[in-house]
Design a protein around this ligand. Structure first.
Ligand code: ATR
Length: 274
């Protein structure tokens, strides 16, 4: 067994993953001795792959599509934000001094809010936000958005019943509702949390939702932007931003959980953008 602490991202279809590069840069800048690899397994192989990795001394995993709900089931303990999200994107082995414990956390929402408020300098307080999608990616960011001061959050989904369920589930946290295509006027911020971008598709957006004051944010990222961001520019949005900053910020939150040190994200984001 190697004496250096080992971490990895686990997902399926990881060819494009930037996580190894991000964590290598964090490790370098904070002087943390660690290795970070990549485990690509389909859903059926997830639990066995995690068990093998941890049994071999692995210290932690970032979990991505399509394993975030399986990771929730596998964790022996959950942070409150992971329980609330109903999805886990970070596993930490041996947390709290218990060598057998596998702590499940969700850093996606914190990463999104930090990217929007700190990196982009955008104040969420009192804003009207339209969230597109009602899957795992959407549910992970709802609580942090409402706790981050959003004034009104509308969830819009291709399958309206899923958006209704999410709105009910998080109703105790603030003004959240589902929007089934009715005209909700112009929003301050539209966040694409659907997986449509991954297939080069454009999710439906309610008419007139995007205007000259609207900031559009795609949680997905791609080297030449996404279909949603191209649409946003054509629709005259005030800004069209891709989720690379969210990726770096959620990684930094995971790194903090694992190593107890928060890495500086700005130089890493700059390196990824070049
Ligand atoms: P993830 O964990 O990435 O959120 P998911 O749970 O499968 O994955 O959810 C995918 C989300 O993207 C859903 O909201 C899905 O809409 P449905 O609930 O109607 O399936 C949405 N989505 C995927 N492709 C889409 C498309 N082409 N247009 C609109 N929404 C789409």
């Amino acid at each position: 067994m190697s004496s250096i602490d080992r971490y990895a991202v686990i997902g399926h279809g990881l060819g494009h993953s930037r996580s190894p590069q991000i964590h290598a840069l964090f490790a370098q800048s904070t002087g943390q001795p660690m290795q970070y690899g990549l485990i690509d397994v389909p859903a059926a192989g997830f639990a066995a792959a995690v068990r093998d990795f941890l049994a071999g001394g692995g210290r932690g995993l970032n979990v991505t599509v399509p394993h975030k709900e399986a990771a929730l089931a596998l964790a022996t303990r959950l942070t409150p934000r992971a329980r609330r999200a109903g999805a886990v994107n970070t596993l930490a082995h041996g947390a709290g001094g218990d060598a057998t414990a596998v702590l499940g956390d969700n850093t996606d929402g914190a990463g999104l809010v930090r990217d929007i408020t700190v990196n982009l300098g955008y104040a969420l307080t009192g804003t009207r936000v339209l969230l597109l999608g009602a899957g795992g990616a959407a549910r992970g960011v709802i609580a942090p958005l409402l706790e981050g001061g959003v004034g009104e959050l509308k969830v819009h989904n291709r399958t309206p019943a899923r958006a209704q369920r999410l709105a009910q589930e998080f109703a105790d946290l603030g003004a959240i509702a589902s929007g089934d295509g009715e005209a909700g006027g112009e929003y301050d911020l539209i966040i694409n949390a659907t997986s449509a971008s991954l297939r080069g598709e454009l999710p439906s957006v309610p008419p007139k939702a995007c205007g000259p004051h609207t900031l559009c944010y795609d949680m997905a990222y791609g080297s030449s932007g996404t279909v949603f961001l191209h649409w946003a520019r054509t629709a005259g949005a005030a800004g069209a931003l891709m989720g690379l900053g969210m990726l770096v910020e959620q990684a930094a939150e995971s790194f903090l959980l694992w190593r107890g040190v928060r890495p500086d994200t700005a130089p890493v984001l700059a390196a990824l953008r070049t």
